[in-house]
Design a protein around this ligand. Structure first.
Ligand SMILES: C[S@@+](CC[C@H](N)C(=O)[O-])C[C@H]1O[C@@H](n2cnc3c(N)ncnc32)[C@H](O)[C@@H]1O
Length: 246
């Protein structure tokens, strides 16, 4: 089973539980390193609360955001005002070939329809523009900890944001790999107790294939690990830059 978290509910705790400003700053820096200097417009799709989006700051660059969750978007609107809009990234409110860059942080791994999103981002990009997106998000957590060792047997093998999948569909839409960057998921290292609670509430739905019995057994094994409240190493996430030809 794979379902997404309810981001309207998640909005209130999102910033505090997803690495806050240090993670957002690291992500924004990595995105900007992949956005060409000449870019004048950047759209952040799945912008969430805007914690990353508001840090995509460079002289001469206008930034927009779109998110499908009203709860997440209202946090983004408080930060950024009317440059963010409620919308689905399969039908962006922008004309063909109207933007210089599009970013998608921690989005594609959630979506069985990730290929449709890549196609839509390609549509709104000008030739020479770039789509910057996290890939293999859940693999960022393969940091060789006791917690990750317990999760490993259940990890899905074909993630929605697997790099070969994303680059294949990108190439069908005229986007070619043009670089990559990494950022540290500050504060995203997993503790045994936090992971057990997250497994129980379905947080890993897109990353782990577990039935109810397996989920219960995994929670009990996590609860037996030492130092239950000590987070293990921070994960490292990868961003690809995909450039539109022409
Ligand atoms: C894990 S959050 C990432 C938020 C932000 N990019 C960040 O790094 O903090 C994923 C976001 O994608 C949004 N989302 C999921 N499906 C979407 C869709 N089809 N269109 C637009 N946004 C979507 C969710 O509402 C949520 O805010």
């Amino acid at each position: 089973m794979s379902h997404m978290l309810d981001y309207d509910v998640e909005a209130a705790r999102y910033d505090a539980t997803r690495g806050g400003v240090p993670r957002a700053r690291a992500a924004a820096r990595a995105i900007l390193a992949l956005v060409p200097e000449r870019a004048r417009t950047l759209l952040d799709v799945g912008c969430g609360t805007g914690l990353v989006t508001e840090r995509l700051v460079r002289p001469g660059l206008r930034v927009f955001g779109v998110d499908a969750s009203a709860g997440m978007l209202s946090a983004a609107a408080r930060r950024m005002g009317p440059v963010v809009a409620l919308g689905d990234c399969r039908g962006l409110p922008f004309a063909d070939e109207s933007l210089d860059a599009v970013s998608a942080v921690w989005l594609l791994h959630l979506l069985p329809y990730a290929p449709a999103v890549v196609a839509e981002c390609a549509r709104v990009l000008r030739p020479g523009g770039v789509f910057v997106a996290t890939v293999d998000k859940d693999a960022g957590h393969d940091v060789d900890s006791d917690v990750d060792a317990l999760l490993a047997p259940y990890r899905v093998t074909r993630a929605h944001d697997a790099e070969p999948r994303i680059t294949a569909v990108a190439s069908e839409h005229g986007l070619r790999r043009a670089g990559e960057a990494r950022f540290t998921g500050h504060g995203q290292g997993r503790s045994p107790a936090g992971t057990a609670a997250a497994v129980s509430r379905g947080y890993f739905a897109s990353a782990l294939a577990l039935d109810e019995a397996e989920s219960g057994a995994l929670v009990r094994r996590l609860e037996r690990l030492p130092d239950p409240d000590v987070p293990r190493a921070d994960p490292v996430y990868r961003l690809l830059a995909l450039r539109k030809e022409g």
